[in-house]
Write a protein that binds this ligand. Structure first.
Ligand code: HSE
Length: 405
């Protein structure tokens, strides 16, 4: 029997307990041993839980119990999750987490501690919810040099876009519905401002390219400035707008990485990812494009990935899984100003000055406004041109990257 402690009994944590109880026999067959929930750490009371007698409010119960070999962190946030995870690994316990903020901020350090103490630190659920992506990336695609990873990594924002476009729902109501369904982060700003997607592309980039990419080195833009007008114009031009996390290896080996709303061609498979679903495209030099698709948020999909990691830890209590990267100092990241992209611009009036500034672009007249699809520029140059236009009194209503995926 392997004793497990679950830290956190919120949306994901309660899902993990539920699966461990309801799928007990299936998991026993997979592992060859019983997984026993010895503790659930939460400050709240859950008298109705079938394992109500195992709840504790004291982390010391877990860390001091030599019988607990796997600690599951599904609390979210970094305080106290970081401290508890670090101490668990230092004590030689394996840790499974769904916490992308923790992995994106402290992954390199926690992986190094796990290495030292010969424990495992697994984090499949931190990206893509129920979609297997990290293990396939590090194992099944290991023969490839990864050229690019691009994905719809946040279910909440994708859900909001869908509700706005298809059901004419306003932004706030769509967000509220996503929260009620358990998709959104504790602080939904992390979803709509792109921070959640940023953490996920950081984890993907760190794992794929071997050096920790920290969130503050990634250009990140949320979806709050996207209007229904932009969505409609994009549609007429053959695009959809999606919040995309993208990392690509440039010719000099550096990583061009960003999170922002992008116009995606309807020919691109990511344009068809709707509702709370996530889609992640990995471009390998041997495989070409491989796409991972599934529910990127929600109680049981995310808990499914956590439980798979628990089983994997149980199978490898004495050996280490290699889901590893080392620390990074940001020197392998391209400055966002040097990133090359074209943009969609929506300009008030006939847009003469903007058309002149962005020569050789595609221009569309749209009922008193002008839509410009520019050719490719360095992003810094686009910013300079937009600043000059603003100073010249030109009202640029929207500027959205056009994805080249
Ligand atoms: N808030 C996240 C999302 C949850 O909407 O995708 C899963 O990471």
């Amino acid at each position: 029997m392997i004793s497990v402690a679950i830290m956190g009994h919120g949306t994901v944590g309660s899902g993990v307990a539920e699966i461990l109880l309801t799928h007990k026999h299936k998991l026993f067959t997979a592992l060859g041993e019983e997984l026993y929930i010895k503790y659930i750490l939460d400050l709240r009371e859950f008298p109705e839980s079938p394992v109500a007698d195992r709840f504790t409010k004291n982390f010391n119960d877990i860390i001091n119990d030599l019988d607990v070999s796997i600690v599951v962190e599904v609390m979210g946030g970094t305080n106290p999750a970081y401290d508890y995870v670090k101490r668990s690994l230092q004590a030689g316990k394996s840790v499974v987490t769904s916490n992308k903020e923790l992995v994106a901020k402290h992954g390199a350090e926690l992986l190094a501690i796990a290495k030292e103490t010969n424990a495992n630190f697994l984090y499949e659920a931190s990206v893509g919810g129920g979609i297997p992506i990290l293990r396939p990336l590090s194992q099944c695609l290991v023969a490839n040099e990864v050229d690019e990873i691009a994905g719809i990594l946040n279910g909440t924002t994708n859900f909001i876009f869908g509700k706005m476009i298809n059901d004419n729902m306003n932004f706030d109501d769509a967000l509220k519905l996503a929260q009620d369904l358990g998709y959104a982060e504790r602080n939904p700003e992390a979803d709509i401002e792109g921070h959640d997607a940023c953490r996920k592309i950081c984890i993907l980039a760190s794992l794929a390219f071997g050096k920790h990419v920290y969130p503050d080195s990634v250009y990140t833009e949320g979806i709050t400035k996207i209007t229904l007008d932009d969505v409609k114009h994009a549609n007429n031009l053959g695009y959809v707008i999606k919040l995309i996390g993208d990392v690509k290896k440039t010719e000099n080996g550096k990583l061009d990485i960003c999170v922002c709303p992008m116009l995606i061609s309807k020919d691109c498979i990511l344009s068809d990812i709707n509702d709370v679903f996530n889609g992640i495209m990995v471009k390998g030099d041997c495989t070409g494009d491989v796409v991972f698709y599934g529910k990127g948020a929600g109680k049981l999909p995310t808990a499914s990935a956590v439980v798979a990691d628990i089983v994997d830890c149980g199978k490898h209590l004495k050996t280490r899984k290699r889901m590893f990267w080392t620390d990074g100092d940001g020197s392998n990241i391209v400055s966002y100003k040097d990133s090359i992209t074209s943009v969609y611009l929506r300009v008030e009036g006939n847009g003469d000055k903007a058309v002149e500034a962005f020569k050789d672009s595609q221009v569309v007249d749209a009922n008193g406004e002008t839509i410009i699809l520019t050719k490719e520029y360095h992003f810094g140059e686009i910013e300079e041109k937009l600043a000059a236009l603003k100073a010249d009194g030109v009202n640029v209503l929207s500027a959205i990257r056009v994805g080249n995926i």
